[in-house]
Design a protein around this ligand. Structure first.
Ligand SMILES: Cc1cc2nc3c(=O)[nH]c(=O)nc-3n(C[C@H](O)[C@H](O)[C@H](O)COP(=O)(O)OP(=O)(O)OC[C@H]3O[C@@H](n4cnc5c(N)ncnc54)[C@H](O)[C@@H]3O)c2cc1C
Length: 384
Protein backbone atom coordinates (compact mmCIF):
# COMPACT_ATOMS: atom_id res chain seq x y z
CA UNK A 1 0.00 0.00 0.00
CA UNK A 2 1.28 3.47 -0.84
CA UNK A 3 1.05 5.07 2.62
CA UNK A 4 2.44 8.39 1.41
CA UNK A 5 -0.91 9.14 -0.28
CA UNK A 6 -3.05 7.72 2.48
CA UNK A 7 -5.93 9.91 3.57
CA UNK A 8 -5.45 11.20 7.13
CA UNK A 9 -8.43 12.19 9.21
CA UNK A 10 -9.12 14.61 12.04
CA UNK A 11 -12.00 16.79 13.16
CA UNK A 12 -10.41 19.84 11.53
CA UNK A 13 -7.82 20.47 8.85
CA UNK A 14 -6.37 23.99 9.03
CA UNK A 15 -4.65 25.18 5.83
CA UNK A 16 -1.91 27.73 6.51
CA UNK A 17 0.16 28.01 9.69
CA UNK A 18 0.79 31.72 10.10
CA UNK A 19 -0.38 33.48 13.24
CA UNK A 20 -4.02 33.21 12.14
CA UNK A 21 -3.94 29.46 11.42
CA UNK A 22 -1.94 28.76 14.60
CA UNK A 23 -4.28 30.81 16.83
CA UNK A 24 -7.31 29.11 15.28
CA UNK A 25 -5.82 25.62 15.66
CA UNK A 26 -4.93 26.34 19.28
CA UNK A 27 -8.46 27.47 20.09
CA UNK A 28 -9.93 24.33 18.48
CA UNK A 29 -7.53 22.08 20.41
CA UNK A 30 -8.46 23.84 23.66
CA UNK A 31 -12.07 22.83 22.94
CA UNK A 32 -11.03 19.19 22.61
CA UNK A 33 -11.09 18.87 18.79
CA UNK A 34 -8.43 16.97 16.86
CA UNK A 35 -6.59 19.24 14.45
CA UNK A 36 -4.20 18.76 11.54
CA UNK A 37 -2.39 21.94 10.53
CA UNK A 38 -0.81 22.07 7.06
CA UNK A 39 1.71 24.58 5.77
CA UNK A 40 3.40 24.92 2.40
CA UNK A 41 6.68 25.91 4.05
CA UNK A 42 7.94 26.09 7.59
CA UNK A 43 5.48 27.23 10.23
CA UNK A 44 5.04 30.97 10.65
CA UNK A 45 7.69 32.02 8.14
CA UNK A 46 5.60 34.33 5.96
CA UNK A 47 3.83 37.60 6.87
CA UNK A 48 3.47 36.63 10.52
CA UNK A 49 7.22 36.37 10.94
CA UNK A 50 7.90 39.50 8.87
CA UNK A 51 5.51 41.72 10.82
CA UNK A 52 6.42 44.28 13.45
CA UNK A 53 4.23 43.18 16.34
CA UNK A 54 2.60 46.51 17.16
CA UNK A 55 -0.69 45.59 18.83
CA UNK A 56 -2.93 48.33 17.50
CA UNK A 57 -4.03 49.80 14.21
CA UNK A 58 -1.83 52.77 13.27
CA UNK A 59 -3.91 55.98 13.23
CA UNK A 60 -7.00 54.00 14.31
CA UNK A 61 -9.39 56.86 13.52
CA UNK A 62 -8.85 56.05 9.83
CA UNK A 63 -10.65 52.70 10.03
CA UNK A 64 -14.27 51.59 9.97
CA UNK A 65 -15.95 50.33 13.15
CA UNK A 66 -15.71 46.55 12.45
CA UNK A 67 -11.91 46.83 12.09
CA UNK A 68 -11.66 48.71 15.38
CA UNK A 69 -14.07 46.38 17.17
CA UNK A 70 -12.09 43.29 16.21
CA UNK A 71 -8.74 44.91 17.01
CA UNK A 72 -9.99 46.16 20.39
CA UNK A 73 -11.52 42.79 21.30
CA UNK A 74 -8.29 41.04 20.37
CA UNK A 75 -6.04 43.54 22.15
CA UNK A 76 -8.08 43.07 25.33
CA UNK A 77 -7.29 39.33 25.31
CA UNK A 78 -3.58 39.62 24.51
CA UNK A 79 -1.88 39.96 27.89
CA UNK A 80 -3.60 36.88 29.30
CA UNK A 81 -3.27 34.89 26.07
CA UNK A 82 0.48 35.45 25.97
CA UNK A 83 0.94 34.82 29.73
CA UNK A 84 -0.79 31.44 29.46
CA UNK A 85 1.33 30.53 26.43
CA UNK A 86 4.52 31.51 28.22
CA UNK A 87 3.62 29.51 31.30
CA UNK A 88 2.88 26.41 29.23
CA UNK A 89 5.85 26.60 26.86
CA UNK A 90 8.61 28.52 28.63
CA UNK A 91 8.89 30.83 25.59
CA UNK A 92 8.53 34.52 26.40
CA UNK A 93 6.89 36.37 23.48
CA UNK A 94 7.98 39.69 25.07
CA UNK A 95 4.54 41.22 25.31
CA UNK A 96 5.10 44.72 26.70
CA UNK A 97 3.01 47.84 27.03
CA UNK A 98 5.69 50.04 25.57
CA UNK A 99 3.37 52.88 24.51
CA UNK A 100 3.42 54.62 21.15
CA UNK A 101 4.46 58.17 20.31
CA UNK A 102 3.19 59.87 17.13
CA UNK A 103 5.48 62.60 15.84
CA UNK A 104 4.02 65.43 13.74
CA UNK A 105 2.31 65.90 11.38
CA UNK A 106 -0.98 64.55 12.76
CA UNK A 107 -4.57 65.67 12.97
CA UNK A 108 -4.89 66.63 16.64
CA UNK A 109 -8.65 67.29 16.68
CA UNK A 110 -9.50 63.99 15.01
CA UNK A 111 -7.16 62.05 17.31
CA UNK A 112 -8.48 63.70 20.48
CA UNK A 113 -12.15 63.26 19.63
CA UNK A 114 -11.68 59.65 18.46
CA UNK A 115 -9.75 58.73 21.62
CA UNK A 116 -12.31 60.33 23.91
CA UNK A 117 -15.17 58.53 22.09
CA UNK A 118 -13.33 55.20 22.43
CA UNK A 119 -11.97 55.72 25.98
CA UNK A 120 -8.37 55.48 24.78
CA UNK A 121 -5.72 57.22 26.89
CA UNK A 122 -3.96 59.94 24.88
CA UNK A 123 -1.60 62.69 25.96
CA UNK A 124 -0.73 65.67 23.78
CA UNK A 125 2.52 66.96 25.19
CA UNK A 126 6.04 68.18 24.40
CA UNK A 127 8.46 65.46 23.34
CA UNK A 128 10.83 66.58 26.12
CA UNK A 129 8.32 65.47 28.77
CA UNK A 130 8.33 61.88 27.56
CA UNK A 131 11.11 59.85 29.12
CA UNK A 132 12.68 56.91 27.33
CA UNK A 133 13.37 58.59 24.00
CA UNK A 134 16.96 59.92 24.31
CA UNK A 135 18.22 61.87 21.33
CA UNK A 136 15.13 61.23 19.30
CA UNK A 137 14.05 63.43 16.43
CA UNK A 138 17.07 65.63 16.91
CA UNK A 139 17.46 67.26 20.35
CA UNK A 140 16.91 70.74 18.90
CA UNK A 141 13.28 69.87 18.30
CA UNK A 142 12.59 68.59 21.78
CA UNK A 143 9.71 71.00 22.33
CA UNK A 144 7.84 69.48 19.45
CA UNK A 145 4.33 68.51 20.53
CA UNK A 146 3.61 64.81 20.10
CA UNK A 147 0.75 62.39 20.71
CA UNK A 148 1.50 59.73 23.32
CA UNK A 149 -0.60 56.56 23.66
CA UNK A 150 0.73 54.98 26.88
CA UNK A 151 -1.37 51.81 26.65
CA UNK A 152 -0.35 50.49 23.23
CA UNK A 153 1.55 47.20 23.48
CA UNK A 154 3.85 45.16 21.27
CA UNK A 155 4.83 41.51 20.99
CA UNK A 156 7.90 39.83 19.50
CA UNK A 157 6.05 37.89 16.83
CA UNK A 158 8.70 35.27 15.92
CA UNK A 159 8.74 34.22 19.58
CA UNK A 160 4.96 34.22 19.77
CA UNK A 161 4.85 31.93 16.73
CA UNK A 162 7.35 29.60 18.38
CA UNK A 163 5.26 29.48 21.57
CA UNK A 164 2.06 28.79 19.61
CA UNK A 165 3.72 25.97 17.72
CA UNK A 166 4.99 24.30 20.90
CA UNK A 167 1.61 24.69 22.63
CA UNK A 168 -0.25 23.17 19.66
CA UNK A 169 2.06 20.14 19.74
CA UNK A 170 1.63 19.85 23.53
CA UNK A 171 -2.13 19.66 23.00
CA UNK A 172 -1.78 16.93 20.39
CA UNK A 173 -2.10 19.05 17.25
CA UNK A 174 -0.61 17.44 14.15
CA UNK A 175 1.55 20.01 12.33
CA UNK A 176 2.72 19.07 8.85
CA UNK A 177 5.24 21.40 7.20
CA UNK A 178 6.29 21.51 3.53
CA UNK A 179 2.81 20.41 2.55
CA UNK A 180 1.32 22.67 -0.11
CA UNK A 181 -2.41 22.27 -0.68
CA UNK A 182 -3.00 22.30 -4.42
CA UNK A 183 -6.55 21.12 -4.83
CA UNK A 184 -9.84 21.07 -2.95
CA UNK A 185 -12.24 18.24 -3.86
CA UNK A 186 -15.90 19.00 -3.24
CA UNK A 187 -18.92 16.74 -3.01
CA UNK A 188 -22.52 17.80 -2.30
CA UNK A 189 -21.64 21.36 -1.24
CA UNK A 190 -18.89 20.21 1.09
CA UNK A 191 -15.12 19.85 0.93
CA UNK A 192 -14.43 16.15 0.69
CA UNK A 193 -10.62 16.02 0.50
CA UNK A 194 -7.72 18.43 0.18
CA UNK A 195 -4.69 17.40 -1.84
CA UNK A 196 -1.00 18.16 -1.59
CA UNK A 197 1.54 16.72 -4.02
CA UNK A 198 2.25 13.82 -1.64
CA UNK A 199 -0.92 13.27 0.37
CA UNK A 200 -4.65 13.68 0.69
CA UNK A 201 -6.31 14.94 3.86
CA UNK A 202 -9.84 14.37 4.96
CA UNK A 203 -11.63 16.03 7.89
CA UNK A 204 -15.10 16.88 9.13
CA UNK A 205 -14.41 20.59 8.78
CA UNK A 206 -11.77 22.73 7.10
CA UNK A 207 -10.35 26.15 7.97
CA UNK A 208 -8.59 28.23 5.35
CA UNK A 209 -6.02 30.59 6.87
CA UNK A 210 -3.44 30.84 4.14
CA UNK A 211 -2.97 34.62 4.30
CA UNK A 212 -2.19 36.23 0.94
CA UNK A 213 -2.58 32.84 -0.79
CA UNK A 214 -6.12 32.15 0.46
CA UNK A 215 -7.87 33.25 -2.73
CA UNK A 216 -5.57 31.15 -4.95
CA UNK A 217 -6.34 28.02 -2.94
CA UNK A 218 -10.09 28.58 -3.19
CA UNK A 219 -9.98 28.92 -6.99
CA UNK A 220 -13.53 29.13 -8.36
CA UNK A 221 -14.92 28.94 -4.82
CA UNK A 222 -13.36 32.33 -4.01
CA UNK A 223 -16.44 34.09 -5.46
CA UNK A 224 -15.76 37.84 -5.17
CA UNK A 225 -13.23 37.53 -2.37
CA UNK A 226 -10.66 40.31 -2.65
CA UNK A 227 -7.55 39.14 -0.80
CA UNK A 228 -4.26 39.97 -2.46
CA UNK A 229 -0.59 40.21 -1.47
CA UNK A 230 0.80 43.61 -0.46
CA UNK A 231 4.52 43.66 0.20
CA UNK A 232 6.00 45.18 3.34
CA UNK A 233 9.75 45.68 3.75
CA UNK A 234 11.45 46.09 7.10
CA UNK A 235 14.96 46.78 8.48
CA UNK A 236 16.39 45.37 11.69
CA UNK A 237 19.12 47.18 13.65
CA UNK A 238 21.02 46.03 16.73
CA UNK A 239 22.11 48.64 19.23
CA UNK A 240 24.34 47.89 22.24
CA UNK A 241 21.35 48.53 24.51
CA UNK A 242 17.71 49.53 24.26
CA UNK A 243 17.70 53.26 23.41
CA UNK A 244 14.00 53.85 22.80
CA UNK A 245 11.43 52.68 25.30
CA UNK A 246 8.35 53.51 23.21
CA UNK A 247 7.27 52.71 19.67
CA UNK A 248 7.67 55.83 17.51
CA UNK A 249 5.43 56.55 14.51
CA UNK A 250 5.66 59.29 11.93
CA UNK A 251 3.62 59.38 8.74
CA UNK A 252 3.18 55.62 8.54
CA UNK A 253 6.86 54.93 9.29
CA UNK A 254 7.68 53.37 12.65
CA UNK A 255 10.53 52.32 14.93
CA UNK A 256 9.82 49.40 17.27
CA UNK A 257 12.35 48.87 20.08
CA UNK A 258 12.84 45.38 21.54
CA UNK A 259 14.17 44.87 25.09
CA UNK A 260 17.58 43.54 23.98
CA UNK A 261 18.60 46.48 21.75
CA UNK A 262 17.09 45.19 18.51
CA UNK A 263 15.16 47.89 16.67
CA UNK A 264 12.76 47.40 13.76
CA UNK A 265 12.25 50.11 11.15
CA UNK A 266 9.33 49.76 8.78
CA UNK A 267 7.56 49.45 6.62
CA UNK A 268 6.66 49.78 2.95
CA UNK A 269 3.19 49.09 1.52
CA UNK A 270 3.72 47.91 -2.08
CA UNK A 271 1.38 46.36 -4.62
CA UNK A 272 3.89 44.02 -6.30
CA UNK A 273 1.95 40.77 -6.52
CA UNK A 274 3.58 37.67 -5.06
CA UNK A 275 7.07 39.22 -5.32
CA UNK A 276 8.74 39.01 -1.90
CA UNK A 277 12.15 40.40 -2.94
CA UNK A 278 13.64 43.29 -1.00
CA UNK A 279 14.79 46.34 -2.96
CA UNK A 280 17.77 48.66 -2.31
CA UNK A 281 15.51 51.69 -2.89
CA UNK A 282 13.16 50.68 -0.07
CA UNK A 283 16.12 49.77 2.15
CA UNK A 284 17.65 53.23 1.65
CA UNK A 285 14.34 54.99 2.19
CA UNK A 286 13.70 53.12 5.46
CA UNK A 287 17.27 53.76 6.68
CA UNK A 288 16.99 57.49 5.89
CA UNK A 289 13.72 57.81 7.73
CA UNK A 290 15.06 55.84 10.69
CA UNK A 291 18.16 58.08 10.92
CA UNK A 292 16.06 61.22 10.69
CA UNK A 293 14.09 60.17 13.75
CA UNK A 294 16.98 58.55 15.62
CA UNK A 295 20.30 60.18 14.61
CA UNK A 296 22.21 57.53 16.63
CA UNK A 297 21.51 55.16 13.74
CA UNK A 298 23.71 57.15 11.35
CA UNK A 299 26.78 55.12 10.30
CA UNK A 300 25.14 51.97 11.60
CA UNK A 301 24.26 49.28 9.09
CA UNK A 302 21.05 47.32 9.49
CA UNK A 303 21.52 43.72 10.57
CA UNK A 304 18.78 42.44 8.26
CA UNK A 305 16.39 43.59 5.57
CA UNK A 306 13.34 41.48 4.72
CA UNK A 307 9.95 41.57 3.07
CA UNK A 308 6.65 39.86 3.77
CA UNK A 309 3.36 39.61 1.89
CA UNK A 310 0.39 40.92 3.84
CA UNK A 311 -3.04 39.44 3.04
CA UNK A 312 -4.61 42.72 1.92
CA UNK A 313 -8.36 43.35 1.88
CA UNK A 314 -10.34 46.49 1.08
CA UNK A 315 -10.49 48.64 4.19
CA UNK A 316 -8.38 46.12 6.14
CA UNK A 317 -11.59 44.20 6.86
CA UNK A 318 -10.77 40.49 7.33
CA UNK A 319 -13.03 37.65 6.20
CA UNK A 320 -13.98 35.35 9.08
CA UNK A 321 -16.69 32.72 9.09
CA UNK A 322 -18.41 30.08 7.00
CA UNK A 323 -18.01 29.79 3.23
CA UNK A 324 -21.25 30.88 1.52
CA UNK A 325 -22.06 27.42 0.09
CA UNK A 326 -19.32 24.91 1.05
CA UNK A 327 -20.90 23.88 4.31
CA UNK A 328 -17.84 22.48 6.11
CA UNK A 329 -15.40 25.20 5.07
CA UNK A 330 -14.53 28.27 7.15
CA UNK A 331 -12.12 31.08 6.41
CA UNK A 332 -10.03 33.25 8.71
CA UNK A 333 -7.98 35.51 6.47
CA UNK A 334 -7.41 38.97 5.00
CA UNK A 335 -6.12 40.69 8.14
CA UNK A 336 -3.85 42.88 6.00
CA UNK A 337 -1.84 45.20 8.27
CA UNK A 338 -3.14 43.93 11.61
CA UNK A 339 -3.11 40.15 11.67
CA UNK A 340 -0.79 39.98 14.68
CA UNK A 341 -3.08 42.35 16.58
CA UNK A 342 -6.27 40.56 15.53
CA UNK A 343 -5.13 36.92 15.89
CA UNK A 344 -6.60 35.85 19.27
CA UNK A 345 -9.81 37.81 18.70
CA UNK A 346 -10.33 36.38 15.20
CA UNK A 347 -9.77 32.83 16.46
CA UNK A 348 -12.34 33.40 19.19
CA UNK A 349 -15.07 34.72 16.94
CA UNK A 350 -14.50 31.95 14.39
CA UNK A 351 -14.76 29.38 17.17
CA UNK A 352 -18.01 31.00 18.35
CA UNK A 353 -19.38 30.71 14.83
CA UNK A 354 -18.35 27.06 14.44
CA UNK A 355 -19.81 26.14 17.84
CA UNK A 356 -22.83 28.41 17.35
CA UNK A 357 -22.05 30.37 20.49
CA UNK A 358 -23.07 34.01 20.97
CA UNK A 359 -20.65 36.60 19.60
CA UNK A 360 -19.29 39.47 21.71
CA UNK A 361 -20.39 42.00 19.03
CA UNK A 362 -21.85 42.07 15.52
CA UNK A 363 -19.55 39.89 13.40
CA UNK A 364 -21.58 39.96 10.17
CA UNK A 365 -19.24 42.55 8.57
CA UNK A 366 -16.53 39.85 8.41
CA UNK A 367 -18.73 37.91 5.98
CA UNK A 368 -19.05 40.76 3.52
CA UNK A 369 -15.74 40.05 1.77
CA UNK A 370 -17.37 37.21 -0.22
CA UNK A 371 -19.57 39.73 -1.98
CA UNK A 372 -16.97 42.36 -2.67
CA UNK A 373 -17.96 44.30 -5.76
CA UNK A 374 -15.89 47.46 -5.57
CA UNK A 375 -18.16 50.37 -4.61
CA UNK A 376 -20.60 48.48 -2.44
CA UNK A 377 -18.10 46.88 -0.04
CA UNK A 378 -18.29 48.70 3.31
CA UNK A 379 -14.57 48.17 3.77
CA UNK A 380 -13.88 50.66 0.97
CA UNK A 381 -15.13 53.42 3.20
CA UNK A 382 -11.75 53.47 4.94
CA UNK A 383 -10.58 57.07 4.81
CA UNK A 384 -6.91 56.55 3.99
C1 LIG B 1 6.41 44.32 7.14
C2 LIG B 1 5.15 43.95 7.87
C3 LIG B 1 4.86 44.58 9.08
C4 LIG B 1 3.71 44.22 9.79
N1 LIG B 1 3.51 44.77 11.04
C5 LIG B 1 2.43 44.39 11.76
C6 LIG B 1 2.23 44.90 13.07
O1 LIG B 1 3.06 45.67 13.60
N2 LIG B 1 1.11 44.53 13.75
C7 LIG B 1 0.17 43.68 13.22
O2 LIG B 1 -0.83 43.41 13.87
N3 LIG B 1 0.36 43.15 11.98
C8 LIG B 1 1.45 43.50 11.24
N4 LIG B 1 1.63 43.01 9.98
C9 LIG B 1 0.56 42.21 9.37
C10 LIG B 1 0.57 40.78 9.84
O3 LIG B 1 1.89 40.31 9.83
C11 LIG B 1 -0.34 39.93 8.95
O4 LIG B 1 -1.64 40.48 8.90
C12 LIG B 1 -0.46 38.52 9.49
O5 LIG B 1 0.82 37.96 9.65
C13 LIG B 1 -1.28 37.63 8.58
O6 LIG B 1 -1.23 36.33 9.14
P1 LIG B 1 -1.69 35.07 8.33
O7 LIG B 1 -1.53 33.91 9.22
O8 LIG B 1 -3.04 35.34 7.74
O9 LIG B 1 -0.71 35.00 7.06
P2 LIG B 1 0.76 34.38 6.92
O10 LIG B 1 1.60 34.64 8.09
O11 LIG B 1 1.28 34.82 5.59
O12 LIG B 1 0.47 32.82 6.89
C14 LIG B 1 -0.13 32.16 5.82
C15 LIG B 1 0.47 30.76 5.77
O13 LIG B 1 -0.20 30.02 4.76
C16 LIG B 1 0.76 29.18 4.15
N5 LIG B 1 0.28 28.77 2.83
C17 LIG B 1 0.14 29.53 1.72
N6 LIG B 1 -0.32 28.79 0.70
C18 LIG B 1 -0.46 27.52 1.17
C19 LIG B 1 -0.89 26.30 0.57
N7 LIG B 1 -1.25 26.23 -0.72
N8 LIG B 1 -0.91 25.19 1.34
C20 LIG B 1 -0.54 25.23 2.66
N9 LIG B 1 -0.13 26.38 3.26
C21 LIG B 1 -0.09 27.50 2.53
C22 LIG B 1 2.01 30.03 4.09
O14 LIG B 1 3.18 29.23 3.94
C23 LIG B 1 1.94 30.78 5.40
O15 LIG B 1 2.70 30.15 6.43
C24 LIG B 1 2.79 43.28 9.26
C25 LIG B 1 3.09 42.64 8.06
C26 LIG B 1 4.27 42.95 7.38
C27 LIG B 1 4.58 42.22 6.10
Amino acid sequence: MNTSRMTRTSDFVVIGAGIIGLSTALRLLEEGASVTLLDRGKIGCEASWAGGGILSPLYPWNYVTPVIQLATFSMSRYARWVAVLEMATGINPEYQTSGLVILPPYDLNTAVSWCSAHAIKLRHQPLSLISGLPGIYNDRQENTQVLFFPEIAQVRNPRLLQALCIRIRQLGGNIIEHCEIRKLDTLKHKIHTVHSAQSEFHADQYILSAGAWSKQILGKHALNLDIKPVRGQMLLYKLPEQLLHHIVLQQDFYLIPRCDGHLLAGSTVEDTGFNKQTTPEAGNMLANRAEKILPQLENRLPLKHWAGLRPATPGNLPVIGAHPYLRNLYINSGHFRYGVTMAPGSAEILLNEILKRPQPFDTTPYQQGWNFSGQSNPGTSEKR
